[in-house]
Design a protein around this ligand. Sequence first.
Ligand SMILES: Nc1nc2c(ncn2[C@@H]2O[C@H](COP(=O)(O)OP(=O)(O)OP(=O)(O)O)[C@@H](O)[C@H]2O)c(=O)[nH]1
Ligand SMILES: [Mg+2]
Length: 459
Amino acid sequence: MNPGDTIAAISTPLGVGGIGIVRLSGPQAREILGKVFRRRRGKGPLLSHRFYLGEIIRPRDPAVIDEVLASFMEKPHTYTREDVAEIQAHSGVLVLREILDAVLQSGARLAEPGEFTKRAFLNGRIDLTQAEAVIDLIQSKTRRSLEMANLQREGRLGMEIRRIREDLLNLMALLEAGIDFPEDEVPELSGDEVNRRLQNAREKLDTLLRTYDQGKIYREGISAVIIGRPNVGKSSLLNALLREDRAIVTPIPGTTRDVIEEVVNVRGIPLKIMDTAGLRHTHDQVEVEGVRRTRDRMALADLVIWVVDGSEPITAQDLDILPEVQPRRVVVAMNKNDLPRRLNPRDLGEHLPGAPLIPVSALDHSGIDRLEEAIRDLVLDGRQDSSAEILLSNLRHKQALERAREGLEQALEASRANLSVEFISVDLGRALQALGEIVGETTSEDILERIFSQFCIGK
Ligand SMILES: Nc1nc2c(ncn2[C@@H]2O[C@H](COP(=O)(O)OP(=O)(O)OP(=O)(O)O)[C@@H](O)[C@H]2O)c(=O)[nH]1
Ligand SMILES: [Mg+2]
C-alpha cells in the first residue's frame, strides 16, 4: 500500500437500489472530485463536510452519467484520517461502474478489500481490534452481537489490552535498567514486587480469557440439529422457532428428506438450526440418504433437539435413537402438548438424566419460549449473561492472549527460581509481543493482510 495513492471504490452493494456510493480517500480526493463533479449552483472550492447537488461528467466526452450529491471531507476528521470524497448516486449497476470508471480515469486507484479501514488503522485513528469490530458489526445477526461489536468498536478491548501492556512495559523498563546499569543507582526491584506485578497481569488476562466461550457463542452462534422419529413434529418445531412456514409439514411420515438449515435468534444467540429426516431404519433409498445426512449433521452440531410425541406412549423407534443422543448435549421437546398426554416423562428422564424436558406444542406455539430458555441455559452452561463487561469473541485475540499468558507464566517461573533478570525479561518480551499483536502495535504484515482481506471492497 502506498499512502500517497488516492483510492476509490463502490462502497454500497452493487445492485438496483435507492442510493449507491462511490468513495475516495487520499491526497488527491478533492482534485479528482473536482474533475468529475459539476456543481448545480455556485462556484469555487467545495467546503468540507457539506453536501452539494450536481452531476458527474464523463472525463473525456463530457456526457452526464448521473445527478448526484457529492461531499468532500477534509482530513483529519474522516473515516480514514485522509481527505475523503463521497458521491451519492442513484444505485444502478451501470451508473456506479461508470462513476467509478470516471474517478479511476481521473487519477484514483481501485481500492483493495478493506483498504479504507486499513488506512484508518495505519493512520492511527483506530486500533486493530476496532478495525476487526467493523467486520463483526456488519456481520452481526442479533442485537446482542451488535452490542458486543459496538463495545469493541469503541475501543474497550483495545484499551484494556493497552493498559495491561503499559504495566508490563514499565516492569520491563525497570528490569532492563537493572541489566544495563547493574552498578548504577537504579531503584532495586525486589523479587516479590516482580512476582506481584506478573501475577497481577496474569490475572487480568485470565479474566479476559474466561469470557471467550460466551463471547464466541454470541458472536458466531451455535448449531443445533432437530432429530426424532418420523411424524413427531420436527419440521413443525423448526417452523415454530422460526415463526414462519419454512419446512413442509404433512401428516405423512417421512415428509422431510433433506436437511433444511435456517438461523434463528434465540435470546440473543444466533442459532443455526437444522431440520432433518430424523433417524430411523428404512430401505427407501432417498430416506437412507436422508438419515445418513442427519447423522453427519448431528456429529457436527453443538446441540441436539430431540423431539418426541407427547400424545403417544414412548415407542421402540424413539428408544432406538437413544444411544445416539445420550452422549450429546440434548434438549428434549415433548411435542403435541395440545393433545392429551400419553407419554410418561419418566420413561425418558431415566435414560437422559439432567437433560431438560420441555412440553411444547409446535401447533399452537405454547412452550416455545421455555424451549428457547432451555436452549440458552444449556448453551451458556449456567453462566450469567454479562452485558457490561468486555467479552472476548475473536479467536485471534484469544490465541494471542494465551501466548501472552504463557510468556508471563514462564517469566514468573524464572523469577521464582531466582534466575537472572535476562531470563525474566526474555519471557516478558514474548508476552508483550503477543499483546501488541492484538491491538496492532506489533502485528506482522501477513496478519494484517489476512484480517483486512475479510472485508469487502469499499469498506
Ligand atoms: N396436534 C399437534 N399436531 C402436530 C404438532 N406438531 C406437528 N403436528 C402434526 O404432526 C404431523 C407431522 O408433523 P411434521 O412437522 O411434518 O413432523 P416431522 O417430524 O417433521 O415428520 P417427518 O419429516 O415426516 O419425519 C403433521 O400433521 C403436523 O400437523 C403439535 O404440536 N400438535
Ligand atoms: Mg419433517
